[in-house]
Write a protein that binds this ligand. Structure first.
Ligand SMILES: C=C(O[C@H]1C=CC=C(C(=O)O)[C@@H]1O)C(=O)O
Length: 168
C-alpha cells in the first residue's frame, strides 16, 4: 500500500534526504497509518496469516517516492477476491476517514466532479485467481477528447493468486 509522497531528488543525496524527510514526517506517517489500520481491519474480517510490518519503507518510483507498507494475508475459505476488494475500497488514502462520512462529505461539498477518479480494476476467475489494482486519477476519453482528465496514475493494492493465496 502506498500513501505519502515526495519528489525524487536531483542527485543521490537530495533523493535520500527527501526520502528520509518523508519517512520521518509525522503528518505523512499518521496518514499512512490511518490507511494501514483500515486495511488491517478490512482483511481481518476475511483473512488470516495477516502480516503487516510495523513501519513503512520509502519506495522510489521514476518521479516520486512513496511510503510503502506491504500487507500479506491468506483468504479464509468461503470468501472470494471480490469480498476483499469490497472491504478495501476506498481506503482513507482515496476517500478519507471515517469512510462513509468523508465520502458523503466530499460528494456533497466538492465542486469538482471527480468522474472516474478512482476504482478497483482487475480480473478474477472461478478458482479465486485474480489480481486487482486501484486505478486513480484516470481519464475518460471520447475519441481523443478527455471528458474527465485529472492525471493518470495507478496504485496496486492487492494481488491474490491461487498458488500462494497471498494478498498484497
Ligand atoms: C489518492 C491519491 O494518491 C494516493 C496514492 C499514492 C500516494 C498517495 C499519498 O501521497 O497520499 C495517495 O494515497 C491521489 O493521487 O489522488
Amino acid at each position: 500500500m502506498f500513501s505519502g509522497t515526495v519528489p525524487r531528488g536531483k542527485d543521490e543525496k537530495e533523493d535520500y534526504l527527501l526520502g528520509q524527510h518523508l519517512l520521518n514526517d509525522p503528518k505523512n506517517r499518521q496518514e499512512h497509518d490511518f490507511v494501514v489500520q483500515m486495511i488491517r481491519e478490512a482483511v481481518e474480517a476475511c483473512c488470516y496469516n495477516i502480516d503487516i510490518p510495523s513501519a513503512p519503507v520509502v519506495y522510489p518510483l521514476k518521479n516520486l517516492q512513496h511510503l510503502y507498507t506491504p500487507v500479506t494475508a491468506t483468504l479464509e475459505s468461503g470468501y472470494t477476491l471480490l469480498d476483499v476488494v469490497e472491504r478495501l475500497h476506498p481506503t482513507p488514502a482515496l476517500g478519507g476517514m471515517p469512510q462513509k462520512q468523508s465520502v458523503d462529505y466530499i460528494r456533497k461539498n466538492e465542486t469538482l466532479n471527480r468522474g472516474w477518479y478512482a476504482g478497483p480494476v482487475g480480473w478474477f476467475d472461478g478458482h479465486n485467481n485474480g489480481e486487482f489494482a486501484v486505478a486513480i486519477r484516470s481519464a475518460l476519453l471520447q475519441g481523443m477528447k478527455p471528458l474527465y482528465l485529472l492525471d493518470v496514475a495507478s496504485l496496486r493494492i492487492l494481488i491474490l493468486r491461487q498458488n500462494t493465496k497471498k494478498l498484497q
